[in-house]
Design a protein. Structure first.
Length: 272
């Protein structure tokens, strides 16, 4: 089992966010803003899925998972709260959140189903966030910003996503979840996640009136497909999920551990 620490990030998210906060780059700003728009409803879904999976476990297995589930819920609830504050600033900038209502509609379709479906979908999403987190922690320069609050918030979020990457996966396995549905949900989540992040990023750029600038597309190419690009560096880790013996712990999380140690002044353990 994983020892998960709930942390309070020591940043002030009440102050406004500038339109192109990420190094003055419209594409990178729009991309990270799009991700943030998905988090409040997404994190709540993950919390509910993990709680329901935990409740479905036999009593002896609940003892094994109890502390980890509590830590997972605490971390995700903290992420949800901060991204809700972040998203309020995006709303003030006139950026419409079209991702959230689509996500809510999909989540409603899981109501009443075996809890293994929701926790399998959560495990798939957590794999996406974990590999994105590892990429971000190894390439922190993509968060170049005069607003250190946001750089710190994204890297802290990434570190915790890597830290709790195993929880939903282990719960799915503990509930007897099979490989067929694990992989089926991963394919479904892959299609929805990639489609939604593309659509919301384009929506943000259109609202920002920067969609058709040459510099926007050049940045997108470098950031996604360049030598250190997101797609190029995460394709292999993404594909690993299809291996029959895959487990999230197979991916090294040293960058997460190192960031949390190095930046202890940026957060305070809850209750610590």
């Amino acid at each position: 089992m994983t020892d998960l620490v709930v942390r309070r990030l020591l940043v002030d998210m009440e102050a406004p966010i500038s339109r192109h906060w990420c190094g003055g780059d419209p594409f990178r700003s729009a991309f990270f803003n799009a991700l943030s728009m998905s988090f409040p409803v997404g994190e709540q879904f993950f919390i509910d899925s993990v709680r329901n999976a935990f409740k479905a476990l036999p009593a002896d297995q609940q003892v094994q998972f109890e502390a980890e589930v509590k830590g997972f819920v605490g971390q995700e609830a903290t992420h949800r709260r901060l991204h809700a504050l972040y998203n309020a600033h995006l709303d003030a900038l006139g950026l419409p959140n079209a991702w959230e209502p689509r996500a809510k509609d999909r989540i409603r379709r899981l109501d009443g189903l075996d809890p293994r479906h929701a926790v399998a979908a959560t495990a798939a999403n957590e794999h996406f966030t974990a590999i994105f987190a590892q990429w971000l922690l190894h390439n922190p320069s993509v968060l170049e910003s005069a607003d250190s609050r946001l750089s710190t918030m994204w890297l802290w979020h990434a570190a915790e996503e890597a830290e709790h990457r195993c929880t939903a996966f282990d719960l799915y396995k503990a509930l007897g979840g099979n490989e067929k549905w694990r992989l089926r949900w991963f394919r479904i989540v892959t299609v929805f996640f990639l489609t939604d992040i593309l659509r919301q990023t384009v929506t943000n750029l259109r609202a920002d009136r920067t969609l058709w600038r040459r510099a926007t597309w050049a940045s997108a190419w470098r950031y996604l497909l360049g030598k250190q690009g997101l797609i190029r560096q995460t394709f292999g880790p993404w594909r690993d999920y299809f291996k029959s013996d895959f487990h999230p712990s197979h991916h090294d999380a040293a960058a997460s551990v190192n960031w949390l140690i190095t930046h202890r002044a940026s957060y305070q353990p809850v209750g610590g």
